[in-house]
Design a protein around this ligand. Structure first.
Ligand code: GUN
Ligand code: ZN
Length: 429
């Protein structure tokens, strides 16, 4: 039987960085979303939806906002337990906190428990799709996909490959990285709602041989995503230049080995040269902005204004556990703050679009998730725009939907998430 969800509705039919907000954003103060068989079949004013679908089972979410579920385009689910670890910059942070924790994922029971805990947290925060790095252990990939599959989620992920500059026990080889990734991809890619992402961690932890093997695997499976990190901190960029003396720049260490292309997801992408920007744009690669991570680890200020004006494809992400929150609301707030530090206040519509349709586009899933429209999969978040006293008193003065939403963007957290639907099924409560 089909369901009719009532509330305020917000969705986008285009990119608010490229077109006027009023043209691309669609808000109904009293709207309805009809879902059937895991898909959205109708969206419109509540009265019209009731009239067109008289047999639908109605759930009234009152004044809460029904949106596409949040899409978190770059995360490390194995870092859940080390989120908010104090005092280190990138390379020391990896060595001190991250690698010791990732070592534990050779144990399938540990990995399974971590995946459970991670998806509990993301769903509680209104996030319905993530694209995750796992660890070098195939068990960590199995745990991730099995848990997402059991919950009916659309996710992407892959085995993180590293064959140097990582501790004993956390290194594979060029050949085993290729073989394990290929086997995992064969097992999970395209099963239910799961997408495999070929995952060389970043150039410092892969030999040229491993990067070449990853490039070969992607060429054999071009419908997979490929995810990695790019130009996050200046020390890291300098290290890459030492490790790859022949490379023109950081991006070239991927480009040379077939790891630059459409479907390539490049996390952080802060300290880019003009050549790198031009190449990324040329192929239609995705740059993933991780604002809470970039401030927490002290990486730098992403050039949202310049990169969107160039027409780059950009997604938004928590980068947990380098990022300091599981919440895409908090992540939007951090993106706003970084925009302010660079002199470009992002509009609430731009922030919301980045967290939903923009990230879906970055993951090449925009025809399935990220917007409320007939034919899209029914992954939705229901958000209370008056979830705390501080937010309520500010939102009470709002005269537009954007003024009503912005206090929740800046001050909201998991308390604002009333319900989440994944493939049409309610996940909370
Ligand atoms: N660069 C390489 N690995 C990582 C990681 O796990 N987190 C972040 N933030 N940057 C990285
Ligand atoms: Zn990352």
């Amino acid at each position: 039987m089909c369901k009719l969800l009532l509330g305020q509705t917000l969705s986008f039919s285009g990119d608010p960085f490229a077109r006027p907000v009023d043209e691309v954003a669609h808000h109904e103060n009293r709207g309805g979303v009809v879902i059937d068989g895991g898909k959205i079949v109708d969206v419109g004013p509540a009265d019209a939806m009731r009239a067109a679908h008289p047999d639908a089972q109605v759930t009234d979410h009152g004044q809460a906002l029904i949106s596409a579920g949040f899409v978190d385009a770059h995360v490390h689910y194995p870092q859940t337990a080390i989120i908010a670890s104090w005092g280190k910059r990138l390379i020391d942070w990896l060595n001190s906190y991250t690698f010791p924790e990732e070592m534990r994922f050779s144990d399938p029971a540990y990995a399974a428990e971590a995946a459970r805990s991670y998806f509990d947290l993301t769903l509680a925060n209104g996030t319905t799709t993530v694209c995750s790095f796992c660890t070098i252990h195939p068990e960590s990939v199995d745990a991730f996909f099995a848990e997402a599959q059991a919950r009916g989620l659309r996710v992407a992920g892959g085995k993180t490959c590293m064959d140097r500059n990582a501790p004993e026990g956390l290194r594979d080889t060029a050949q085993s990285g290729y073989d394990d990734s290929k086997a995992l991809l064969g097992k999970w890619h395209g099963v239910d709602r799961l997408t495999y992402a070929i995952t060389p961690r970043f150039s410092p932890t892969s030999t040229p041989e491993q990067l070449e093997a990853m490039g070969a695997l992607w060429a054999e499976h071009p419908d997979c995503l490929m995810q990695t990190h790019l130009s996050e901190q200046t020390d890291e960029v300098a290290w890459v230049a030492e490790l790859f003396p022949q490379a023109r720049d950081y991006l070239d260490t991927y480009e040379q080995f077939g790891l630059l292309g459409e479907g390539g997801l490049y996390g952080h992408a802060i300290h880019l040269t003009d050549r790198e920007r031009a190449q990324l744009k040329e192929v239609g690669a995705s740059l993933i902005h991780c604002p809470t991570s970039n401030t927490f680890i002290g990486s730098g200020l992403f050039d949202m204004d310049g990169l969107t004006k160039e027409g780059q494809r950009i997604g938004l992400a928590t980068d947990t556990g380098g990022g300091s929150s599981f919440s895409m609301l908090r992540t939007m707030a951090a993106a706003y703050e970084i925009g302010q530090l660079r002199g470009r206040p992002l509009h609430p519509a731009e922030l919301w679009w980045l967290a939903t349709a923009g990230s879906a586009r970055a993951l090449r899933m925009e025809d399935r998730i990220g917007t409320l429209a007939p034919g899209m999969e029914a992954d939705l978040s229901v958000i209370d725009l008056a979830s705390t006293p501080a937010i309520t008193q500010r939102a009470a003065r709002a005269e537009t939907i954007w003024e009503a939403i912005f206090p929740t963007i800046m001050m909201g957290d998991d308390r604002a998430i009333r319900q989440v639907y994944a493939g049409g099924r309610a996940c909370l409560g």
